[in-house]
Design a protein around this ligand. Structure first.
Ligand code: 16G
Length: 246
């Protein structure tokens, strides 16, 4: 269907949304492409501004379109799907998807972590950790904000290593013999603070996903306390639960 049937019982905005949906699915509008302005769609389909807006609203709710204040409406990019049961580094995730990983180091210091972090890592009182905060990019698009505490005694060199162009998990494994084998993590929703919004290039208040927890080495030593914040327009986590027999 490429034209609207004004006598149809299907509301006009539904018909218009259906046309746009199939144009997105068939690639007429590529991921990241800008949708024609409202006025152009009004003229093209002979409908009111309200009908165009309702159709765009519907597709935005479905996640197919995204409004960017002042810039227009864009076709959403497919989300990166991460399996919850798989523990991979950011670098591995990106390379697997043929995206170029890179990082910007925002903060690095050696400090006594907050109590909750020290407890989760099983640190002795007063024991120090290396705090590393990095903004992570895929093909130069900001994707995630990684804030981690690494146990200083286990990997002291991380305080100096180049952690912008190297993978920390690679360094842990190859320089410190710490192979991250499993993690204990919680995923929850949050909304972007002003600072997070600027870093991740999303509007303030945009929905984000936070993964928080600890990464544990093969020998059960707790190595990292992590707090990773992901753009929820770019990520989804999948779970494949099984029902246990009675
Ligand atoms: C992942 C980890 C993060 C870790 C990073 C290392 C989760 C939720 N996040 O993003 O904790 O610091 O990988 O990445 O597991 P890298 O090896 O590329 O530096």
């Amino acid at each position: 269907m490429t034209t609207l049937i004004k006598t149809s019982p299907i509301p006009l905005y539904h018909q218009l949304a259906q046309i746009l949906r199939s144009q997105i699915r068939s690639g007429v509008f590529q991921p990241g492409a800008k949708l024609p302005p409202e006025r152009e769609l009004m003229n093209l389909y002979g409908v009111s501004r309200n009908t165009v807006r309702q159709a765009i609203d519907l597709l935005a709710r479905e996640g197919l379109l995204q409004r960017d204040q002042g810039r227009g409406t864009f076709v959403s990019r497919p989300k990166l799907r991460l399996g919850v049961m798989q523990l991979t580094s950011f670098t591995e995730d990106m390379l697997e998807r043929n995206l170029k990983p890179s990082s910007k180091l925002l903060r690095r210091s050696i400090e006594i972590p907050p109590e909750q972090v020290a407890d989760a890592l099983g640190l002795a009182p007063g024991e120090k950790a290396i705090l590393i905060e990095r903004l992570r990019f895929a093909d130069d698009t900001p994707m995630a904000l990684n804030t981690s505490y690494f146990v200083l005694a286990l990997c002291p060199g991380l305080a100096q290593e180049d952690v912008e162009s190297q993978s920390i998990y690679w360094l842990l494994e190859n320089k410190y013999g710490l192979r991250i084998a499993r993690a204990e993590q919680t995923i929850r929703a949050t909304s972007a603070s002003h600072q997070e919004a600027v870093l991740l290039a999303v509007p303030p208040g945009a929905p984000l996903l936070v993964v928080e927890g600890v990464a544990i080495a093969e020998d059960e030593r707790r190595v990292e306390y992590l707090r990773s914040i992901y753009r929820s327009d770019r990520y989804e986590f999948t779970v494949n639960p099984i029902r246990l027999p009675l």
